[in-house]
Design a protein around this ligand. Structure first.
Ligand SMILES: [Zn+2]
Length: 87
């Protein structure tokens, strides 16, 4: 699955951190993104010892953005992400 490719897709290069977990350009939800990529090589530990990752989204409007996995509201990608299990 492309979302777990070890190498970041080119569109992730210019991704901006979206604090609202939606496209900062057009406000589209993460579930409407055309592609997603998870940076699983660099997990960060939260205060309660849970891991979180950067999730990169490529919006249909062409913008690329990312947010922390811990901030993600339920979305259609979730099943795929859960399937892969913990690292
Ligand atoms: Zn957008």
């Amino acid at each position: 699955m492309e979302a777990f490719s070890p190498t970041p897709p080119s569109w992730a290069d210019n991704a901006v951190h979206a604090l609202q977990f939606r496209c900062p350009s057009c406000q589209a939800a993460s579930g409407e993104a055309q592609a997603v990529w998870i940076n699983r090589r660099a997990p960060v530990y939260t205060h309660n010892h849970k891991r979180k990752w950067q999730e990169f989204y490529h919006c249909g409007c062409g913008a690329a953005w990312w947010g922390w996995s811990s901030d993600r509201p339920p979305n259609p990608w979730e099943e795929d992400l859960a399937e892969a299990g913990p690292v």
